[in-house]
Design a protein. Structure first.
Lengths: 107, 413
């Protein structure tokens, strides 16, 4: 039985987004949808331009091993936290890294 | 809760908790997150949800229309919770969502039994396409075409309340300053002009004092009650982006309040009466789930910025004649229909009301008010376009041209 044991918090440089979305497309349990894995736009001010991307979601032990061990080099520029699945500290994670989500604003 | 073979103990008979069933209203979408037979960890619907913490990649539609809600990106999948507070879907408020890919354009009534309340609200699908579930913790969601009669609305609300009760849902108090958060560590602050005697209490029985603190909740979501022995000394409240939900708080006794930041939460209910908050300079309640109308702002003569965009507000844009210091008024992406009239201040240089349901008369009246204000310097942005607003009449177009000749960036349909 698959156990969604952990919560992954991750921040990566904007420049790493295409490569890591492609990697997740290859290793993730879903198919095409994994290309949208790292989609939350971030910056220090919460305004454009996007400097980083982020994601927070549940992962299995197998996915944790892929991220932290097997593909560690691919994620070397990323900030990664792994927590028990019931923890949701996304807001604190962003604050600790001095980043804010860029919310869509219509003008 | 589930038993050892993964079946819900009460089976499908649970759905008909009263003589009424949502099927009686011919819904286009009906999701029941307490029924694990309809929930799957993958978006194709092959791996069933079985345990607390499993991700949800698909929630099957019980309406019979095949409008299944799916999420094909693993990190964006919400989680199924079965932790003693009822079986429900939990969205993490960072990137989680479930979407129905092709809901026809039109007006819908949405009924939701959530962790904190039962809600019924109107959703306007402007064009056929994706319908995303709001990031609340649902037990059950029903989407019905059109609007409901008051009788059917009452039946649906009673049904949703009954479903919440069956799940053992918490009873959200409407106490002043009781807020709920779905994150484990919540930092809530207020600033005072002199000792206001700030006190707080939390759902785990802890209490404390102070005007700025970080409360680590034992198990989110949980509640925090804030109070003060002298509320009239509180000048600033900053509770933005704290994953707060429940009813919007009454702030009528905060007579010295100058700044209120409650944006980017999931607060419900109406914007409260602000007539006592005469010192208010900035009021941010945008990006919540607020309903009802924008309150009368005629007493808020010190107001400089009022942001209420991205909610579900209805009714009129209020008369702003008394708000002579106002510079920003952002009410876009609501369901506002009218403008109460009156003048606008020459200080008001950024007015955005796009993506509402404004009538031609309302659009014309707003354009005329800005022409009359005759602002020719500084920021000059007026947006009445987007989806839903009417086009201006010939008179309105003349006013638009006048404003453009004065250096305004004006957008209309």
């Amino acid at each position: 039985m698959t156990v969604w044991k952990y919560r992954l918090n991750i921040i990566l440089p904007e420049t790493d987004k295409p490569a890591l979305n492609a990697l997740f497309t290859a290793i993730g349990p879903e198919t095409d949808g994994e290309a949208n894995s790292f989609g939350v736009p971030l910056s220090a001010t919460g305004q454009e331009p996007v400097t980083h991307r982020g994601a927070s979601g549940s992962i299995t032990e197998e996915m944790r091993v892929l991220i932290q061990d097997i593909f560690a080099d691919e994620f070397q520029n990323s900030v990664i936290e792994i927590w028990p699945n019931y923890i949701n500290n996304w807001a604190e994670f962003l604050a600790e890294n001095s980043l804010m989500a860029i919310e869509p604003e219509e003008v | 809760m589930i038993n050892s073979i993964g079946l819900t103990p009460l089976g499908r008979s649970r759905r008909r908790v009263s003589a009424f069933s949502p099927l009686d209203l011919s819904p286009v979408l009906w999701l029941d997150f307490s029924d694990t037979s309809t929930l799957f960890t993958d978006s194709s619907g092959t791996i069933p949800v079985t345990a607390d913490g499993d991700v949800i990649g698909r929630a099957s539609d019980l309406s019979g229309n095949g409008n299944h809600a799916t999420q094909g990106t693993t990190l964006n999948k919400p989680v199924w919770r079965s932790d003693g507070d009822g079986d429900r879907v939990y969205f993490d408020r960072s990137n989680d969502s479930l979407a129905v890919t092709s809901l026809a354009a039109g007006t819908y009534t949405v009924g939701a039994a959530t962790w904190s309340a039962s809600q019924i609200y109107t959703h306007k699908q402007n064009s056929t396409g994706s319908f995303s579930l709001n990031p609340a913790d649902f037990y059950e969601l029903v989407v019905i075409p059109g609007t409901l009669s008051s009788g059917n609305e009452a039946l649906l609300l009673a049904y949703l309340e009954e479903r919440r009760a069956l799940q053992g849902a918490v009873d959200v108090s409407t106490d002043l300053f009781r807020v709920w958060s779905s994150i484990t560590s919540v930092s809530l602050a207020f600033t005072e002009s002199a000792d206001a005697g700030g006190v707080w209490a939390a759902g785990d029985g802890q209490t404390g004092t102070g005007t700025s603190f970080v409360k680590t909740l034992a198990a989110a979501p949980d509640w925090v009650t804030l109070g003060a022995t002298t509320p009239s000394r509180i000048t600033i409240i900053n509770w933005s982006s704290k994953s707060l939900f429940g009813q919007f708080m009454d702030i009528s006794n905060l007579t010295a309040l100058t700044q209120f930041f409650g944006h980017f939460n999931q607060l419900t209910g109406s914007i409260p009466d602000l007539s006592n908050n005469t010192a208010l300079i900035q009021f941010y309640c945008y990006a919540n789930q607020l309903t009802g109308s924008i309150p009368d702002l005629s007493n808020n003569t010190a107001l400089i910025q009022f942001y209420c965009y991205a909610n579900q507000l209805t009714g009129s844009i209020p008369d702003l004649s008394n708000n002579t210091a106002l510079t920003f008024f952002l009410c876009y992406s609501n369901q506002l229909t009218d403008y109460a009239g009156g003048s606008v201040s020459i200080t008001l240089g950024n007015f955005q009301a796009q993506n509402n349901q404004l009538t031609e008369a309302a659009v014309d009246a707003i354009l005329a008010a800005f022409v009359a204000a005759n602002k020719t310097t500084g920021t000059r942005v007026l947006n009445l376009g987007g989806t839903g607003n009417a086009t201006p009449s010939a008179t309105g177009l003349t006013d638009k041209a006048t404003l453009q000749s004065r250096g305004w960036t004006v957008t209309t349909n």
